[in-house]
Design a protein around this ligand. Structure first.
Ligand code: BGN
Length: 369
């Protein structure tokens, strides 16, 4: 028997054989495709959930193929993958705090500042429960824009330091600063050297934390308005602009004494402060010169916000007026490149950590004359 297909006559048995071969080839092709498909899908899953231990989805519902049996379509089942335990998952969550605002919301403005209140350091510690050891603080509600080291040159003024800590800690916290307090105490009885102690404070504070702003404050000066923010500005800042001692006015336009702030860059630009002013006076004028010789200017708060009180005291022993100060401030331009942070030498005698401050006792030597 023969069949006509498109005018071609094929013998019946031949057509049957051809059809059988085609069917077998099709079945084979289908099986191989199925096998390939399931293998690929399983491999993909392994890639996502096994080879990538950083995968962070917690409790994700995934559809998993339960069988790899060739030719048997796997019945999908739903299961819950346990999150892989990684270091990142074990660590506390890092919450991205918003940046602290330009105007801290807790500021109150003018403050009552008196030195007749009887206080103890324990009172101050109790009133500042949020301080970390070493007089460190960081706001919890926002990320401070600047990391501020407060540097206080010091010798035998415990009573003043107590008032400074009593008034300043709450102010600095309301100002939402990420800050640390460094009391740099000159050891021995040589003539006092304020500017060199400030240089030491800069170096010692940077050993502890990545500070980018430095506030240099005398221990006896207290701001009378918390809007006078103890941080750094585009230009070096003079903060003690309106002192009661000078009738709440600037004693002269170039005055840069008492309390000032410089960013790390500004401080480096002027090679820090002079190391060779022994005794009272002139070192702040030298710093003023350095700033202007490097093309910077002084920024200041207004006379109301910049009001501050000085704790009355007698002139300290070993801090007589420096007779060389006039000559020295006349030569700042020549000396500033070689006398400063690049020529600083000193020996740390002791570092003491209190909850209210870090005190660094330091040997800065004695005048070479
Ligand atoms: C100035 C001092 C400053 C001091 C202020 C305020 C000098 C240099 C010679 C003119 N400068 O006279 O160091 O901070 O008074 O007391 O003495």
């Amino acid at each position: 028997m023969s069949t006509a297909v498109n005018g071609l006559a094929l013998p019946g048995s031949c057509l049957q054989k051809t059809c059988s071969v085609v069917v077998v080839v099709c079945v084979l092709h289908f099986s191989v495709s199925l096998l390939y498909y399931f293998n690929t899908f399983q491999g993909l899953q392994e890639k996502i959930f096994v080879q990538n231990p950083q995968h962070k989805e917690v409790g994700t519902q995934v559809t998993e193929i339960s069988s790899r049996t060739v030719g048997v379509p796997a019945k999908p089942r739903t299961t819950t993958l346990a999150p892989p335990v990684t270091e990142a998952a074990a660590a506390p969550p890092i919450v991205d705090l918003p940046a602290c605002p330009e105007n801290p919301p807790q500021l109150v403005g003018p403050l009552r500042v008196e030195f007749s209140d009887i206080i103890t350091l324990d009172d101050v510690r109790n009133q500042n429960p949020n301080l970390q050891d070493g007089g460190r603080f960081m706001p919890k509600e926002c990320k401070a824009v600047q990391k501020v080291a407060l540097i206080i040159p010091f010798r035998k003024r415990e009573e003043h330091l107590k008032y400074w800590l009593y008034y300043l800690h709450p102010i600095l916290q309301r100002q939402q600063l990420d800050y640390g307090v460094y009391v740099i105490e000159q050891s021995g009885d040589a003539t006092f050297n304020r500017a060199k102690l400030l240089n030491v404070g800069y170096v010692e504070a940077l050993k502890e934390y990545d500070y980018n702003c430095f506030v240099f404050s005398d221990v006896d000066l207290i701001p009378m308005d918390d809007r006078n923010i103890y941080k750094c500005y585009k230009e070096p800042r003079h903060l003690a602009v309106s002192m009661d001692k000078f009738g709440f006015r600037l004693p002269y336009n170039q005055f840069f004494g008492g309390v000032s702030s410089l960013s790390k860059e500004q401080f480096e630009k002027i090679n820090g402060f002079p190391n060779d002013y022994w005794g009272w006076g002139g070192e702040d004028d030298d710093i003023y010169n350095r700033i202007t010789f490097r093309g910077m200017s002084i920024s200041r708060p207004d006379g109301v916000i910049g009001k501050c009180r000085m704790i009355r005291h007698d002139r300290d022993a070993k801090n007589d007026a420096n007779p060389q100060r006039f000559d020295r401030i006349a030569r700042t331009r020549q000396t500033m490149n070689t006398d400063g942070i690049n020529s600083l030498t000193y020996q740390v005698v002791e570092v003491h950590k209190d909850r209210l401050y870090t005190k660094v006792l330091v040997d800065v030597g004695s005048p070479n004359r």
